[in-house]
Structure formats: structure tokens, C-alpha cells
Design a protein. Structure first.
Length: 165
């Protein structure tokens, strides 16, 4: 694959990469940084890409690794006292985001890639390096856990709402 082909294919998937990074990292600045770093690392390691038809999968795997690296780095940093962006503040309060954040890493990866990254089950399995059946099982388990978490959230709101009357 040439650098020109790399640039063209990267341009085709940049939105998908950004959406995936936003789900993992939760803010635009970090997501853009992760995508930039992914493109840089992909370009540096271009000669290691054995099967160009799996370019999207390869780049997404690099992105996921970069997101986890950034999340580990953020855990070590002291939180800054800044005003959050309004849209980010609203997003952070969504029960779904909290529920996804509580999932184990292997289940969270499936949900993010399938439903927010727009990848098929086969692509998701390839990205994660697991058989497609394993990916399907993890998806069912993750969705079941999310359903339970969101049902509990709904029950708590109903109880609180009923108490306020």
C-alpha cells in the first residue's frame, strides 16, 4: 500500500474512527488526539500491514489501543478545574453512557464498535481478534447487562418521582 492509498483510505474512515474515539474517551479534544495518533502510528507501521483489505480493521485496532492508553494516562493525571462544554455535560449525564462505562472491557468493546462505530459483527470480531460466535455471545451478554442497568436506573427514577409527589 502506498502513502497515497493510505491517505485516501484514512480519509474514508476518519468519521468512523472519530465516533469510536468519542465513545471511548468522552470528549472531542481527546478523540481528535487519539485519531491523529492512530493515523501517525498507522503510517509509521504501514509496512507491517499484511492484508490491505483489512485496513479499516487494522486502523480501528490501533485506535482502540490508543484510546485505552489515553484513558490510563488520564487516570494518573490530576483532574483540572475547568468548565465542561455544555454538550459534553449533557452527554456525561446520560444513563446509557454510565451503563456502558460500567461494562467489562471485552463487552464494552463490542458495544462501542457495533453500535457506535458502525461495524458489522464480522468486522468487530476481526478487530478484536475473536471468533464471530464469541463476539455475538459477548454482544448478547453486554446488551443484557445494559438492559438490567438501565431498567434499574428507570426504577430508581420512578421511585424518586413517586416520592416527590
Amino acid at each position: 500500500m502506498t502513502r497515497e492509498e493510505f491517505a485516501a483510505q484514512t480519509e474514508e474512515i476518519r468519521i468512523k474512527l472519530f465516533r469510536t474515539a468519542m465513545i471511548y474517551l468522552g470528549n472531542e479534544h481527546d478523540a481528535l488526539e487519539a485519531v491523529d495518533e492512530t493515523v501517525y502510528k498507522g503510517l509509521c507501521a504501514l509496512k507491517k500491514l499484511r492484508q490491505p483489505e483489512y485496513f479499516d480493521t487494522w486502523m480501528t485496532r490501533i485506535l482502540i489501543n490508543e484510546c485505552y492508553k489515553m484513558m490510563r494516562r488520564h487516570k494518573r493525571e490530576e483532574p483540572m478545574e475547568t468548565m465542561p462544554e455544555i454538550s459534553q455535560e449533557v452527554f456525561d449525564r446520560l444513563p446509557l453512557k454510565d451503563a456502558i462505562g460500567m461494562l467489562p472491557e471485552e463487552l464494552k468493546d463490542i458495544v462501542v464498535l457495533r453500535f457506535f462505530g458502525g461495524f458489522t459483527m464480522a468486522e468487530t470480531a476481526r478487530i478484536l481478534g475473536v471468533p464471530q460466535g464469541t463476539a455475538a455471545t459477548r454482544q448478547r451478554k453486554a446488551l443484557g447487562l445494559l438492559r438490567l442497568a438501565l431498567d434499574e436506573e428507570g426504577c430508581e427514577k420512578e421511585v424518586k418521582h413517586g416520592l416527590q409527589r
